[in-house]
Design a binder for this molecule. Structure first.
Ligand SMILES: O=C(O)[C@H](O)[C@@H](O)[C@H](O)[C@H](O)COP(=O)(O)O
Length: 266
């Protein structure tokens, strides 16, 4: 159960005593959205990032969800990926596969990972092509507001510098408006070559969750969430504001410790 759960500026904030409490609620949240989406559209198109959030999804592969979730209707995408071989320790595909996908019966052809045998630029282009095909067949729905794909859920971690997916502060990829998927070759976080969903795609999703744990995320969470942060140079995490969707922040006490008005006694 969340220690504190409230709305701030159109975002829902859920603050937990520790990572374990967070991961219970996180699993429930994902399972509920999967159920709603499958009921409404017959499928669930979910995009994941790398980092600690994959471990925090762990409870989803355990009881009761391993039995109750309709895994055959899931389609998996990566909101960002490191351009390395799928077997490489840095691969987000490998991270998600080992930590989650290998434990639940998701159909292999529903896992849409990047082409890892080409350049970052080509991988981004190929991945956008794949997404365009799946928008045509309505595996991914389309935004009512622009022509962007409308993922049922995009899961994002946040770095201590406020990056989300592979959109880093002051990096030109962060301002990309035309492409759905772009690439970078100079990521401040290793490895350098990555592909990433652009901000318009993230903000066209039906649901977006940002997950942050640990004291090293506290300043970025404060800047992203509090209005005082408006004075800071644009922070990717602050710009995550779905146009026609719901945004939930999952934080532990340490990451939420600088958020103004965060009430942990509830
Ligand atoms: O591949 C990546 O590097 C990510 O997708 C990145 O955006 C990650 O989610 C954050 O850096 C948070 O990572 P941590 O939760 O591990 O700090």
């Amino acid at each position: 159960m969340a220690l504190s759960e409230y709305k701030k500026d159109g975002r829902e904030l859920r603050i937990f005593e520790n990572a374990d409490e967070l991961s219970c609620n996180f699993a429930e949240y994902i399972a509920e959205l999967s159920e709603v989406s499958i009921k409404e559209r017959g499928v669930f198109a979910i995009a994941l990032s790398g980092g600690s959030l994959v471990k925090l999804m762990g409870k989803l592969s355990e009881a009761p969800y391993n039995k109750t979730v309709d895994w055959a209707k899931w389609y998996i995408f990566w909101a960002d990926e490191r351009v390395v071989a799928k077997s490489h320790a840095d691969s987000n595909y490998k991270l998600v596969k080992d930590g989650f996908l290998s434990k639940v019966p998701i159909i292999h052809s529903h896992m849409h990972s990047i082409n890892d045998s080409v350049t970052a630029e080509q991988a981004a282009e190929d991945y956008e092509f794949v997404i365009r095909q799946l928008v045509k067949t309505r595996v991914i729905s389309v935004s009512e507001i622009n022509d962007c794909p409308k993922f049922d859920l995009i899961l994002l971690g946040m770095g201590p510098d406020g990056h989300v997916a592979s959109l880093f502060p002051n990096h030109p990829a962060f301002s990309e408006k035309e492409q759905w998927v772009t690439f970078i070759t100079d990521s401040p976080k290793a490895p350098p070559e990555r592909i990433t969903f652009t901000l318009p795609v993230i903000n066209s999703a039906a649901n977006v969750a940002v997950v942050a744990t640990g004291a090293n995320k506290a300043e970025a969470a404060h800047v992203a969430i509090d209005s005082a942060g408006a004075d800071y140079p644009a922070l990717p995490a602050k710009m995550v504001r779905p146009i026609n969707g719901e945004l939930v922040w999952f934080l532990d006490i340490a990451a939420a410790s600088k958020i103004e008005g965060a009430n942990f006694s509830a």
